[in-house]
Design a protein around this ligand. Sequence first.
Ligand code: MSP
Length: 516
Amino acid sequence: MPKFYITTPIYYVNDVPHIGHAYTTIAADVLARYRRLKGDDVFYLTGLDEHGQKIMEAAEKKGVAVQTHVDQMAAGFKKAWAALNISNDDFIRTTEPRHEKVVQEFFRRMKENGDVYKGEYEGWYCVPCETYWTETQLRENPKSQVSREAGPNPTAEYVCPDCGREVHKVKEETYFFRLSKYQDRLLKHFAENPDFLLPVSRRNEILSFIHQGLKDLSISRTTFNWGVPIPGDPAHVIYVWFDALINYVSALGDLQEKFWPADVHVMGKEIIRFHAVIWPCMLMSVGLPLPKKIFGHGWWTVEGKKMSKSAGNVVDPVALANEFGVDAVRYFLLREVPFGSDGDFSRESFINRFNADLANDIGNLLHRSLTMCEKYFNGVIPDPKNHKFDDLSKELVHLAEATIGDVDKALNQLAFSDALAHIWKLINLANTYIEKEAPWKVSKAGETEKLAAIIFNLLEVLRIVAILITPYMPSTGEKMLTQLNTLDLRDLAIGKKIANRKIAKGQPLFPRLETK
Ligand code: MSP
C-alpha cells in the first residue's frame, strides 16, 4: 500500500479561522480523501502554531493567561474543522510535550553537527509575520508621508516588506543556525528536483532569493519566554518559525519511519520561503530527507479587498457552511480559482456558482435521471444488452472513462479546479445526452432496449460522478450513492454491477438559491 503524507501549515492562534485557513485545510483534505479512495495509506496532518511573541501579545491584549488563550483558540479551530468535515489524522499543537521534545532534539543535533553558534543579532523584526528583516529588505512606509492618521503607526518610517506593518528594532544575544552552509546543497536539490516547489512561478522567486545569498538565521529570542526553552540555556526560547516547522516531523512520533518524508506540504504563497529555504536546510542539518513537494497556493480577497479584522470583512467559513451547506463551501473554494492563483470571494459569485453548477448541472442531472428510472423501469436500474447502444452512448461512456484518468492526473498536480472542470464536462455531456436522446420519445416509440441503455448509462455515469466528487463533497457523494443504491460500489471501473438495483430517489441535492 503506497503511503501518502500531506500537511497544512499550523495556523497561528491569535485569531479565529477564516476562509483563508479553511481553503488550505479543505484542499489538503480533498487530496487526503482522494488518496484514501485510491487505497493509499494516508496521514493528513494539520494543527496550530501556539508559541511566539504574537500569540503572547494576543493573550495579553485579551487579559488572559497565554495557556488559557491557546487552549480556547485550539478548541475553536478543532470545532471549525469538524464542521467543515475535515478528515485529518492528527492535530498537532506546538505547546504539546511531544512536540517540544522533538524541537529540543533538533536543536541538540544541529549543535552537535556544528551548525549552531552563539552571537548577537541586531536588525529588524515584524511581529505579525514573526520574521527577521535586514535594513535593506525593509520598505519605506508610504503612509508616513501621506497622513499621520493613516494607519496603526503612520509615523513608522519603515514597514515589513511582506505585510506592510510596523517593524521593531531588535538587538539581543542569540543562537544562529548556519543557513549559509547549505546554500549550494539547496540549489542542487532544486536543480535535481524540478517538482520540489510548485507552481513554477514561486520556484523562480525562491531561486532568485537563494542566489542573492543565504545569511545565517537567528533561531532564539531572549526578550520573552513563550516558547520552547533551549536545552541548557533556558534564558533563550527557540524562534517560533524554527519551532513550528518541526511540527511536520514531531507529530509523526513512532510513525516517522513510515511516513517521513512528507509527500506534500500545502500552504499559502506568503510562507513558501520558510518551507522551501529554512526547513530543507534544517532537515539537511539533522540528516533527514527533504519533503517531496511544496505547493504554495494563492490568496483570497473579499470583494476585492484584503481580508482583515480592521476592514471588518473576514469571512467565517463555518457561518457560510451553516447558511449554504458544507459541501457547497468546499466546492466553491476549490472550483472558483486554479490552485496557485489568487481568488476573490463575494456572496454573489458564490450564489451564482451554487445555482449554475450545483442546483442546475449536477442536481438536475441526478433528479431527472432517477425520475426517469422510476417512470420507465419502476425504479429498478435496467440491465442493458449493449450500453454503447449508439454513437451518443459511446461518446458518453468514453468520456466517463477518460474523466477518471483526467481527474487523477489533475489531482496529482494539485489542480483541484481542473479536476472539477473535467467532472463537470462529463455532467454536462450527460445532460446533453438526455436532451439529444429524448428518452420520452424513445419510450413512446416502444424502443425498450435503447431506453434501457440510456437510463443505465445515466445512472452509471452518476455513480462515477458521485465517487469522483466525494473527496470534495463527502456528504453529497454519499447521498448520491444512497439514492443510486450503490453505496457498496465505490470502484471506479465502468461496468454493469448497478443493474437490477432498486433506486431510492430522495430530495433534490441543491435547491436553487434566490438571487437578489
Ligand atoms: N503559523 C504560520 C505557519 C507555520 S507552518 C510551519 C502561519 N500561520 S497563519 O495562521 O498565518 O496561516 C497562514 C496560512 O493560512 C497561509 O499560508 C494559508 O495557508 C492560509 N491563509 C491565511 N489567509 C489566507 C488568505 N487570505 N487566502 C488564502 N490562504 C490564506 O503562517
